[in-house]
Design a protein around this ligand. Structure first.
Ligand SMILES: NC(=O)c1ccc[n+]([C@@H]2O[C@H](COP(=O)([O-])OP(=O)(O)OC[C@H]3O[C@@H](n4cnc5c(N)ncnc54)[C@H](O)[C@@H]3O)[C@@H](O)[C@H]2O)c1
Ligand SMILES: [Zn+2]
Ligand SMILES: [Zn+2]
Length: 385
């Protein structure tokens, strides 16, 4: 099959790889119909995630058609159109039983903290991903969900990560009626977090980024009040000023490890890097939320440590909720919102490229060129191996 392959930082190629096969009775083989590139893929692409191995195929956001199922997969059959949540989960462990599918304890022998993610580094299990023609889907009786006939496939692919992750970001903000919510990051995840904040009763939604084209999009689409942090002398001070000097009720970090906005943090978190990512957006969130407020973190940071203002968290009495999204848990509700016309996730897609042009796709999305918000890859007709 044709598949995207990692060759080292900033180097991505299309190569021929052996077709995946059923290795376990709970596996399925899925022929990919759409895959997307995520901000989390950029951390891999930029060489910032430990144990990202040359030869790995990325891609944790994909839809496909079931080609083959193992004997223990009773709920799927060849020909089914499915969307596949980015988490691999067993469905039966302590965490899966609590619907914490992003924290499954049975799928990643490489680590005790992080669960398993398709197409990520070996710290997340080392499973190959969906930026390819075919994928092996382990525990296929748990993750994949049939795409309803009425649903647009582009809405479906955004239900595998970005949309439910933004939704969970808002949920973890524990938003109360009329709350002021600040979302840091106007990427796909931040965009869906801002939109979801309204669904959960926010009275005011503010989005911070430094890319005007993204702020312009969310200003209308959220809608949201937007500020470009590079035009503010002090973003924290500004947020306080526009919230009666109290601070926001809820702040959401939808940026993660590669944040801009603080030279020393960027130098030590991204360029050198001696800490596991630059927690600039997180520190801004901590400083601009009110005392007793809530911080929700979905932006991804690496293992080991970061220079986070933990003393402020204590003195201000903050609550911090953070997690990898448990995609499967949110699907019923989000499908309802889409069917009712309250949400059309595909409206954030700006780029549609053939899978063969995946390297270009990473370059455009990674460097935020051509007003890119979200890139979807379309596998072409099969080439002879
Ligand atoms: N927890 C999860 O389950 C989960 C799932 C998907 C993605 N993520 C993470 O969410 C984050 C966002 O993903 P995405 O796909 O939207 O990525 P993205 O790269 O498209 O968006 C990040 C945005 O943050 C902006 N930004 C940079 N520094 C900032 C700062 N200091 N303040 C405010 N904005 C700033 C960038 O300009 C960009 O628009 C990434 O860290 C990604 O790894 C987490
Ligand atoms: Zn993702
Ligand atoms: Zn589990």
């Amino acid at each position: 099959m044709r598949a995207m392959v990692y060759r080292g930082p900033y180097r991505i190629r299309m190569e021929n790889k052996p077709d995946p096969i059923i290795e376990h009775p709970r596996d399925a083989i899925v022929r990919v119909t759409r895959s997307a590139i995520c901000g989390s893929d950029l951390h891999l692409y930029h060489g910032l995630v430990p144990d990202t191995r040359v030869g790995q195929t990325f891609g944790h956001e994909f839809t496909g058609v079931v080609e083959q199922v193992g004997p223990e997969v009773k709920n799927l059959k060849p020909g089914d159109n499915v969307l596949v949540p980015f988490n691999i989960s067993c469905g039966a462990c302590f965490f899966c039983r609590k619907e914490l599918y992003g924290n499954c304890h049975n799928v990643n022998p490489m680590a005790s903290a992080v669960g398993a993610i398709y197409g990520y580094s070996h710290t997340a299990g080392g499973y190959d991903g969906g930026q390819a023609e075919y994928v092996r889907v382990p525990m296929a009786d748990v993750g994949p969900r049939k795409i309803p006939d009425w649903m647009n496939i582009e809405d479906a692919v955004l239900l595998t990560d970005a949309c439910p992750t933004g939704y969970q970001a808002a949920e973890m903000g524990d938003i109360k009626e009329n709350d002021t919510v600040v979302v840091f990051g106007a990427g796909p995840v931040g965009i869906f977090a801002a939109r979801s904040a309204w669904l959960m009763g926010a009275g005011r939604v503010i989005v911070i980024d430094h890319l005007d084209y993204r702020l312009e999009f969310i200003r209308n689409w959220g809608p949201a009040e937007v500020y470009n942090f590079s035009e503010l002398r002090d973003v924290v001070q500004h947020i306080k000023e526009i919230t009666d000097n109290l601070g926001a009720d809820v702040c959401i970090d939808a940026v993660g490890a590669e944040a801009d906005g603080n030279f020393m943090q960027h130098l030590t978190g991204v360029k050198i890097p001696i800490q596991a990512g630059a927690p600039t957006a997180l520190n801004w969130a901590i400083d601009s939320v009110r005392k007793g407020g809530t911080i929700s973190i979905v932006g991804v940071y690496g293992p080991t440590f970061n220079l986070v203002s933990i003393g402020d968290v204590l003195n201000k009495g903050l609550r911090i909720n953070a997690n990898q999204a448990s995609v499967k848990r949110h699907l019923p509700r989000l499908i309802e919102h889409i069917q009712a016309g309250r949400l059309s996730p595909r409206e954030i897609i700006t780029h549609r490229l053939p899978l063969e042009e995946v390297a270009e796709g990473y370059h455009i999305f990674g460097s935020k060129l051509e007003n890119c918000i979200k890139t979807v890859l379309i596998p072409g007709t099969r080439k002879a191996a």
